[in-house]
Design a binder for this molecule. Structure first.
Ligand code: ARG
Length: 248
């Protein structure tokens, strides 16, 4: 290697990708959302999780540094965070939705998810139908919020919206809400770590996560990310990370 490579496989410092900061992939994510993204003081980026490790591997393979920015999910999924020019890519367990495609472009899908209801074991709540007269917590702007609004019993209270799982989960532990309706992975982690809580119901919503890009911009980056994602599947890295973060 003469150190002068300018090929599209990463030697050019990413100048062809129109990056927020040259040579760095600036990854925006709403943290915490275990096991996809969470703080990790032992990691060089300060964060770990399935999304973060995929982004780190893709950055490495493109010859880029990775920087992680913790942003609000609602502003990420609506695309407004990209308008402020501070993110190259959203890696935030984001479900690919047709309506989100009005403001965002998505990578190929990289994870299949479903909705779930997390409740205290002694609460008597066995299903969504047991939420009559009760208040379920959801994260603002998520598919969980939407699912709750469409599927709660008529006499349930309006779902209480929280900016992130970092407020949602403590609210359940404090007894301020009766249950949490959100994607299976974070609820699974909470139940694993805390035997007083369990997932009482799951819902097959056929959700697929994708990495998000500002609509119509970063096309070359998106193509490169798709290629690298496929390379990580081909060389076994994807499966290793999957087994590490989704051990069940
Ligand atoms: N998959 C859900 C959605 O797209 C929730 C994602 C929340 N992600 C996060 N990092 N907080 O609406």
């Amino acid at each position: 290697d003469d150190g002068e490579s300018t090929t599209s496989d990463g030697g050019g410092g990413g100048s062809e990708f129109d990056l927020v900061q040259e040579g760095t992939l600036t990854v925006c994510s709403d943290i915490p959302y275990p096991p996809l993204e969470f703080q990790d003081p032992d990691s060089p980026s300060g964060y770990a999780g399935f999304d973060i490790e995929l982004m780190q591997n893709i950055s490495d393979n493109l010859g880029l540094e990775m920087a992680v920015k913790d942003v609000g999910f609602d502003a990420l999924q609506s695309g407004t965070i990209f308008a402020s020019g501070q993110c190259d890519i959203g890696a935030s367990a984001m479900t690919i939705l047709e309506e989100r495609k009005e403001n965002l472009d998505f990578s190929d899908p990289y994870y299949d998810s479903l909705q779930s209801l997390l409740a205290p074991v002694d609460s008597g709540i066995q299903s969504i139908d047991d939420l009559s007269g009760k208040t379920v917590g959801v994260q603002q702007g998520t598919t969980g919020q939407r699912f709750a609004q469409e599927n709660l019993p008529d006499d349930a209270n309006d779902p209480q919206r929280f900016p992130s799982d970092g407020e949602l989960w403590p609210a359940l532990q404090a007894g301020n809400i009766a249950a949490i309706l959100q994607d299976y992975p974070p609820n699974y982690v909470h139940a694993q770590d805390n035997p007083d809580f369990e997932i009482v119901q799951t819902f097959e919503t056929n959700e697929q996560y994708g990495f998000a890009f500002p609509k119509g911009e970063k096309t070359q980056l998106r193509e490169a990310v798709n290629e690298e994602l496929q390379a990580l599947r081909d060389d076994g890295t994807y499966d290793e990370l999957y087994a590490e973060y989704f051990p069940e």
